[in-house]
Write a protein that binds this ligand. Structure first.
Ligand code: DQA
Length: 144
């Protein structure tokens, strides 16, 4: 079965207890269950989280090497990691889909969140819909 990598950056391992007013009260286990149900056997959901930029970059190399589509929530790396941007560009330049997602709407928050260095190399961007951002990203990847 085809896989979809669902990659989550720093502090997203604390979903559920982290700023629930911004990110909701559900954790990554709940997100994985939602996506597995949505995939309905059409794809295997491989959900991962790391606080480590190097590890996230190595997972993007893995996506390139295995042609596995990616749903990426780069979290705070979104706003400043050119290293992650360059790795994301490797994915999309290889013809593999990479959809950038955010739980909150960064444009409605502090000004430093208004810049994404990832969006310019992503296949698409979905933000502000809670876990719905991931669900729509999965739907678009399954439809591609
Ligand atoms: C986030 C938004 C980022 O600005 C923030 O640093 C995160 C989460 C989101 O999903 O809304 O950690 O990517």
């Amino acid at each position: 079965m085809a896989s979809v990598l669902v990659l989550n950056g720093p502090n997203l391992g604390r979903l559920g207890s982290r700023e629930p007013d911004v990110y909701g009260s559900q954790d990554l286990v709940a997100l994985e269950a939602l996506l597995v149900a949505d995939a309905a056997g059409r794809a295997e959901i491989d959900l991962r989280q790391t606080n480590d930029e190097a590890e996230l970059i190595s997972w993007l190399y893995e996506a390139v090497d295995t042609s596995t589509p990616v749903i990426l929530n780069p979290a705070a790396f979104t706003h400043y990691s050119y290293a992650l941007r360059d790795a994301a560009a490797l994915v999309t330049k290889a013809g593999v889909a990479l959809v950038e997602v955010h739980i909150s709407n960064p444009h409605a928050r502090e000004s430093f969140r208004h810049t994404s260095v990832i969006s310019g190399v992503a296949t698409g961007v979905i933000a502000g819909l809670g876990f719905g951002s991931y669900r729509l990203a999965l739907r678009s990847i399954l439809d591609l």
